[in-house]
Design a protein around this ligand. Structure first.
Ligand SMILES: C[S@@+](CC[C@H](N)C(=O)[O-])C[C@H]1O[C@@H](n2cnc3c(N)ncnc32)[C@H](O)[C@@H]1O
Length: 287
């Protein structure tokens, strides 16, 4: 599959890839990754933004790195809950960058099929990094999510089993129309499986925080550097649920770091209509 998947080496989204070096280095600093996944570029970027991060933690009470911690932990929690219920589930992490999740989950669940995908250059970097620490070599696929290769990738999974697709640090880089396109592709793909679940983080509009304007302005720097459409598209959980429905997901739950939806029972009983002020949310959607 790795060698014959059609890929778009000149993807218009390739400039987003550098951000994965930054997050990859933060995962390492957080103690949840391996030195092999911490690149020099990531170290340099982390050093560059560290004073701003410290300032934001003191003044706003949150920073990019605190949101990384929150989103990563919430996605792990929901994935663990799903795997406990469906031990035969397969996982596809798209836009995986240098995230250690695949490496960690393949160790934690030795029989788990956990495939990772990203644009060609990033997939090659990840494959190279993991070749130093993981045997047998895991499947790291080169796929542009907006290209034909994505359906080929889905066809390589067992459709009789559940599939969980994970994206982290991806969805804010696109316009709302592109996001609808992406989510529609994911929902359409997931419908081919016995159970289809999509787990993603999302940065909502930072409306209830002090210095929301500053966060918007900082995001514009990211938008320019990644040559992407980086933006905050949603203000309320209800809007996200509606967008997911339009894309083809029947059921969505929004997890906010301040809520208490830490068990499936609690998740059902809590109202999702209110923005609790957190900078990042995690969404679990089913087809
Ligand atoms: C901010 S990084 C996040 C990486 C990782 N998920 C993490 O949280 O550390 C965004 C990732 O999205 C990938 N990406 C962007 N556009 C993509 C596309 N069209 N297809 C596949 N991957 C894409 C980039 O290459 C990059 O690795």
């Amino acid at each position: 599959m790795q060698n014959n998947t059609p890929v778009n080496a000149d993807s218009p989204h390739r400039h987003i890839s550098f951000t994965a070096h930054y997050t990859g280095y933060i995962w390492f600093q957080e103690g949840i990754s391996h030195a092999a996944l911490a690149s020099n570029k990531g170290r340099w970027l982390a050093k560059l933004v560290s004073p701003l991060e410290r300032w934001a933690e003191n003044v706003i009470g949150d920073s990019m790195r605190t949101t990384l911690r929150q989103r990563h932990g919430l996605i792990d929690r929901q994935l663990d809950l799903f795997l406990a219920e469906h031990p035969d589930a397969q996982v596809l992490e798209i836009a995986t960058g240098l995230s250690p999740r695949g490496w960690r989950y393949r160790q934690k669940y030795p029989n788990l099929v956990y495939v990772e995908a990203d644009l060609p250059d990033m997939a090659a970097a990840k494959r190279q990094a993991l070749s130093q620490i993981e045997t047998p070599a895991p499947r790291i696929e080169a796929v542009d999510l907006f290209g034909e290769g994505f359906q080929h990738l889905l066809d390589s999974f067992d459709k009789k089993k559940p599939l969980v697709i994970i994206s982290e640090g991806l969805v804010n880089y696109f316009t709302k129309d592109m996001l609808n396109d992406l989510w529609t592709r994911l929902a359409t793909g997931l419908k081919q499986f016995s159970i289809g679940v999509y787990l993603t983080d999302l940065y909502p509009e930072p409306v209830t925080r002090r210095l929301a304007k500053l966060i918007w302005n900082s995001s514009k720097i990211l938008k320019v550097m990644s040559r992407s459409a980086f933006a905050f598209h949603f203000v309320s959980p209800t809007e996200v649920i509606a967008a997911m429905k339009t894309a083809g997901f029947n059921q969505s739950v929004i997890f906010q770091p301040s809520d208490k939806k830490d068990t499936p029972e609690n998740a059902k009983s809590q109202d999702t209509a209110e923005h609790l002020g957190d900078l990042v949310w995690v969404i679990e959607s089913r087809v």
